[in-house]
Write a protein that binds this ligand. Structure first.
Ligand code: WAQ
Ligand code: MG
Length: 259
């Protein structure tokens, strides 16, 4: 089988004079077989041209051949869900799960020398992710941030669902998130991921890890709130940060979501 990676990003010029800059409107990426390249490309352009954030001034579509031998196939994380009454309760549950995953991991390895109460730290970390386009890479061993560029963050890329021939022009939050979360959970040294969408109308978020699986938490922020972010919790004693970042940004992954 011949595969191609397709990536789209669209932006709009905003501001006047000195303030003039490109604002991100929409982005998408796929790994598909040769036969789907044209249709998926069209769907991406449609997605960019009809985005609610505005009309693009610039659309970049990149198409690259991917060798089958370079692709890793992963089984999707198992999915569970937690219903909550309020977003406050949702966040609390999410932080609790993160705490449990981190401390269970440390117990398994008979380590108790590091940050035990990560949950206390999470609100501050989450806040710091709001302006970022990528994720924060946080080292639970040292309490340091490991993104080469703190403003941008680290972006997981080159991933898609296996056998997905879908050429949908609009975003399915869950389908995209399960693919991303599965790739992230398999990165060297990764302990857990925490995610809240930055889409003001999408209040469901998740926490994920190999042990937890993908846990959807149905409310994690107030409707209308455009703040969201991702935190990748990493342990620098398990792997090198460069290895982890290399995997997130370069490794081609197809996720078997069982459809
Ligand atoms: N790599 C790293 N970080 C990313 C990436 C990426 N490829 N894409 C987005 N982010 C960061 C970025 O800072 C965004 O602000 C933040 O994550 C949220 O991204 O089961 O839609 O694309 O229904 O808004 C969860 C689905 C949807 C829950 C999450 O995230 C469910 C979502 P968004
Ligand atoms: Mg978004």
């Amino acid at each position: 089988m011949e595969y191609y990676s397709l990536k789209m990003r669209a932006s709009q010029q905003v501001g006047e004079g000195e303030q003039k800059h490109e604002q991100h409107i929409s982005g998408a990426e796929r790994i598909v077989n040769r036969d789907s390249v044209e249709a998926v490309c069209m769907a991406m352009v449609r997605r960019a041209m009809t985005h609610s954030k505005g009309d693009p001034d610039f659309i970049n579509v990149k198409i690259e051949k991917v060798h089958e031998n370079d692709i890793q196939i992963l089984k999707a994380l198992p999915v569970t869900r937690i219903d909550v009454e309020s977003w406050q309760e949702g966040l609390e549950k999410a932080f609790g799960l993160i705490n449990k995953t981190v401390s269970d991991g440390l117990l398994r390895e008979a380590r108790n020398d590091v940050i035990k109460d990560i949950a206390k730290k999470m609100p501050e970390l989450l806040q710091a992710t709001f302006p970022m386009r990528g994720a924060m890479l946080y080292d639970i061993a040292t309490g340091e941030r490991l993104e080469p560029d703190h403003e941008r963050g680290v972006r997981a890329t080159y991933m898609d669902a296996l056998h997905s021939s879908e050429v949908d022009g609009c975003k399915n939050h869950f389908n995209e998130a399960i693919v991303l979360a599965t790739k992230v959970a398999n990165a060297p040294g990764m302990v857990a991921e925490f995610c809240v969408s930055d889409d003001p109308n999408y209040v469901t978020g998740y926490v994920a890890s190999k042990e937890l699986g993908y846990v959807r938490i149905m409310k994690m922020k107030e409707m209308g709130d455009e703040n969201g972010g991702r935190i990748f919790l990493f342990d620098s004693r398990k792997a090198k940060a460069e290895e982890c970042i290399e995997y997130l940004q370069k490794k081609k992954v197809l996720v078997d979501v069982g459809v």
